[in-house]
Write a protein that binds this ligand. Structure first.
Ligand code: SAM
Length: 286
């Protein structure tokens, strides 16, 4: 079987097709079969699994995913790659959506496949320039994805899987804690990509929690609240929340104090329970 990911193959494809590598799309193609196998093995894909892939590129990871999954739904922004992917995987159970994943409703796209699956997993070598928004989007907007196995810059992976309350603690750390269990899986050296990036990468897994602390109809408020709370790190929580959701500022101040927090507190001093309590109290006082 032709393995697209072999370094020589990718170089050939790039040359044959006079493919122009687009830095703006974060294109670093993975060309190591062992790493590709290791990623796919850690995803624990069964024959009734739907895999959602973001940025298939030339399909080196996609090829391995298709070996195991029932279906792959892939989002690719680069038009030049769409034709290549459609031809290469013509007879495979692959649906390619040519769009910016950030503009999509992933749950809806899954629904449109109109097929039953035992589990839905997202597997991706993420374009680094959108790692945070993609993960935030999945945590905030999807209910069908059960697990994410994603590659990102090593440093970002360390941050996403480390304990909260470090200097990098932010709205994403809280969103991850709220919805998922995060685990650092393994490091991927920069040498296994074409072109070679300036930093190493790592794979992490995010397993969605079955039970969440808030009722579904309060979650949209919660995600907006955490983002607003960290909007300007130097500002106090109160100042960041002034004007939030048209709630009058006296109420914001009273609610912060009613939770036993100082009026001058900053968002980084709050833990997830504080944000859940803040959500509930603000909604109840509206
Ligand atoms: N999966 C391939 C691999 O491992 O070799 C390619 C990974 S490369 C790091 C990222 C891929 O995401 C590229 O193919 C790029 O064109 C695509 N991409 C970049 N931004 C995107 C976006 N906003 N939506 C969908 N795909 C995007």
């Amino acid at each position: 079987m032709s393995k697209i990911g072999r370094a020589s193959r990718i170089s050939e494809i790039i040359k044959d097709k006079s493919f122009y590598i687009k830095k703006k799309y974060g294109q670093n193609f993975l060309v190591d079969q062992n790493i590709l196998e290791k990623i796919v093995s850690s995803a624990e894909i069964t024959e009734n699994t739907l895999v959602v892939e973001i940025g298939p590129g030339f399909g080196s990871l996609t090829e391995h995913l298709l070996d195991r999954a029932k279906h792959v739904l892939a989002y690719e922004i680069d038009e030049e790659l769409i034709e290549f992917l459609s031809e290469t995987f013509e007879s495979d159970p692959l649906t390619i959506i040519h769009d910016d994943v950030l503009n999509r409703d992933i749950d809806k796209d899954i629904e449109q496949l109109d097929t039953a699956f035992d589990q839905i997993i997202l597997v991706a070598n993420l374009p680094y320039y959108i790692t945070t928004p993609v993960i935030m989007k999945v945590l905030e907007q999807t209910t069908s994805v059960e697990r994410l196995i994603v590659m990102m810059q090593h440093e970002v992976a360390m941050r996403m899987t480390s304990d909260p309350k470090t200097k990098d603690y932010n709205s994403l750390s809280i969103a991850i804690q709220y919805r998922a269990k995060a685990e650092y899986l393994f490091k991927v050296p920069r040498t296994v990509f074409i072109p070679k990036p300036n930093v190493d990468s790592a794979i992490i897994s995010l397993t969605m929690k079955e039970n969440r602390a808030l009722p579904e109809d309060r979650e949209e408020f919660f995600f907006r609240l955490i983002k607003a709370s960290f909007k300007q790190r130097r500002k106090t929580l109160y100042n960041n929340l002034k004007g939030f959701d048209d709630i009058d500022k006296e109420t914001i101040k009273d609610v912060i104090e009613s939770l036993g927090l100082k009026p001058t507190v900053r968002a980084e001093a709050l833990d997830i329970e504080d944000f859940i309590a803040l959500t509930n109290t603000l909604i109840d006082n509206q």
